[in-house]
Design a protein around this ligand. Structure first.
Ligand code: MLT
Length: 255
């Protein structure tokens, strides 16, 4: 079957997905620094499910329905505080290092972040939506190779309204892994650009992410600095995860 392969760099592009027919498409959404890296880490450490929501109020409404859930996420990079919610402190921020087995095992998490959760929700009409980051790329590639969707879109969450270097690099790394299949079909220039960037600059991820807007922001805060190195780790988790019909992200069994 002929394939189509595209990378979406910035929020304006994923917002436009709402007007496209996604029924044959599989989307892999990247927010390397840090939303998707945190989600994959939470699932690796035993979280049962993660509900990504766009607004703080939506997260609070879910928590009021079920006070057992953990509220998570960030605004301006830091955990959401009582002053932003009318009195409720969120339990977790958006650092993957917070999502330890002790904190998350068996838990359902509701999370809202600036870009990552928005990008995931924008793709919700796709045939499947996977959560992408450097931590589990080969497992994602395996799932794709097994499932062979005719349309493959790698979606960078970006930073505010701009493209993010780390998301494009991760999309390029995945493009490289799946190139033997999707490189043979209809390939958008954006997919070539991401792959070329990864081939040029993917060698020293930590150094290259340090110059990105998000990398600089995290490195400037002593308590968040180590997140950059954490999110640059490759292939430490061997599972794929994605959105399910109830809107939750869960680990998927091997395809
Ligand atoms: C986002 O969703 O925009 C981020 O992951 C931001 C962050 O982690 O600080």
């Amino acid at each position: 079957m002929p394939t189509q392969f595209e990378v979406l760099f910035a929020p304006a592009e994923f917002d436009a997905l709402r007007h496209r027919d996604l029924s044959a498409a599989v989307c892999v959404v990247f927010d390397v620094l840090r939303a998707t890296s945190s989600m994959i880490t939470a699932l690796a450490n035993g979280a049962a499910a993660i509900f990504p929501v766009t607004e703080i109020d939506e997260a609070l409404a879910r928590w009021r329905q079920n006070p057992e859930v953990l509220l998570a996420g960030e605004r301006d990079g830091v955990r959401i505080q009582a002053s932003q919610t009318g009195g409720v402190d969120f339990h977790l921020g958006n650092s993957p290092r917070e999502y330890t087995p002790e904190r998350v095992r068996g838990k359902t998490i509701v999370t809202t972040t600036t870009n990552g959760t928005r990008a995931l929700r924008a793709c919700a009409g796709a045939r499947a939506v996977l959560v992408g980051c450097f931590l589990n790329l080969p497992a994602i590639a395996r799932w794709l190779q097994h499932t062979r969707p005719p349309q493959l879109w790698l979606v960078g969450s970006g930073t505010f309204d701009q493209a993010a270097l780390e998301d494009v690099l991760a999309a390029g790394a995945l493009a490289d892994l799946v190139w033997p299949v999707w490189g043979k079909g209809e390939v958008a220039d954006s997919a070539r650009m991401a792959r070329w960037l990864y081939r040029q600059k993917g060698g020293d991820l930590e150094k290259n992410l340090a110059v990105s807007r998000n990398g600089r922001r995290l490195l400037a805060r002593p308590e968040l600095q180590a997140d950059v190195a954490f999110c640059c780790q490759q292939n430490i988790y061997d599972f794929a995860a994605g959105l399910e019909p109830d809107g939750a992200i869960r680990r998927w069994p091997e395809a």
